[in-house]
Design a protein around this ligand. Structure first.
Ligand SMILES: NC(=O)c1ccc[n+]([C@@H]2O[C@H](COP(=O)([O-])OP(=O)(O)OC[C@H]3O[C@@H](n4cnc5c(N)ncnc54)[C@H](OP(=O)(O)O)[C@@H]3O)[C@@H](O)[C@H]2O)c1
Length: 264
């Protein structure tokens, strides 16, 4: 992958910057001297990340903002852009881990709606407020943190997989819509990354990356103007196989594996 580290300071807006991948992205941009506008719900953890960025020499402004609130998210992003034109928007905030695991043979509607509200509608709320400005400037980068779970419907969390598949295809369409206007869109499909979200699962997932490694890889993909980044490759291969093998086999194997996982 060719990378071209930008020479000028950029203004980077990140949702879900108070933890995990979002916090690691903030620190990675701070280390480059970029200006940061950070959003999250937990003010103390958000401020702690901003302090780390400041210690790295970056300016980091924080805003408490829930991405399911479209008006608040738009107001935060437009105010940040008024202060200094935003170059990169990371739609990173999401819910996952143990909290989105479907109980055996049932996934309550309330849980599914909450997952889609944050992981799908929250991403729409984050990407849309600045699109007209980026198009007018013929510049800018939108980055969507989806998931490997976007590549297949898995029995442990149908709504999580569906919420991530929706934003993956949404971002793909946006990329093709905005390309002539000079606005880039990158979709990221991470496998397991060591964060509080993955730590909530009963055991560590295979091929787990550190948040720092994930953030550094994402930054290289942004620099290279890539369309999509999916890691790690062994899990990418395994999920791609679910599309190539007969559906009846895949259904039976995944249902059996989840039942075994649940001690059935
Ligand atoms: N870790 C993994 O293995 C993994 C794998 C694939 C994809 N991902 C995706 O990567 C993204 C980041 O996850 P992570 O692993 O870094 O998890 P994390 O450590 O739990 O962080 C999640 C972040 O999202 C924020 N958030 C959640 N709901 C929000 C809401 N309604 N409004 C605003 N912010 C909200 C949280 O803010 P507060 O803490 O302030 O509430 C937190 O900053 C998510 O979209 C996740 O689905 C993670």
């Amino acid at each position: 992958m060719t990378t071209a580290k930008p020479s000028r300071q950029r203004h980077v807006a990140i949702t879900g910057a108070s933890s995990g991948i979002g916090a690691a992205l903030a620190r990675a941009h701070a280390a480059r001297g970029d200006r940061l506008s950070l959003a999250g719900r937990d003010p103390d953890r958000l401020q702690a990340v901003a302090d780390e960025c400041a210690a790295l020499g970056a300016r980091a402004d924080v805003t408490r903002c829930d991405v399911t609130d479209a008006d608040a998210t738009a107001a935060w992003l437009r105010a940040a852009d008024d202060a200094a034109p935003v170059d990169i928007v990371y739609a990173n905030a999401g819910i996952g881990g143990a909290g989105v695991i479907a109980p055996w043979t049932a996934e309550p509607g309330e849980l599914a709606r909450a997952i889609f509200a944050t992981n799908t509608v929250g991403v729409v709320n984050t990407l849309t407020p600045l699109i007209d400005r980026l198009v007018a400037r013929r510049a800018g980068h939108l980055v969507v943190i989806a998931s490997l779970a976007a590549l297949a419907g898995l029995p442990h969390s149908p709504a999580y997989c569906g919420s991530k598949a929706a934003i993956r295809i949404y971002a793909e369409g946006l990329r093709r819509l905005l390309r002539p206007a000079g606005v880039r869109v990158l979709t990221v499909n991470p496998g397991f990354v060591a964060t509080p979200m993955s730590a909530s699962l009963p055991r560590q997932g295979p091929f787990t990356w550190s948040a720092e490694r994930a953030a550094a890889t994402i930054l290289r993909a942004v620099d290279a103007g890539r369309a999509e980044l999916t890691f790690p490759w062994p899990l990418r291969l395994a999920l791609a196989a679910t599309r190539l093998l007969p559906t009846a086999w895949v259904d039976a194997a995944l249902a059996r594996a989840y039942a075994k996982d649940q001690g059935r």
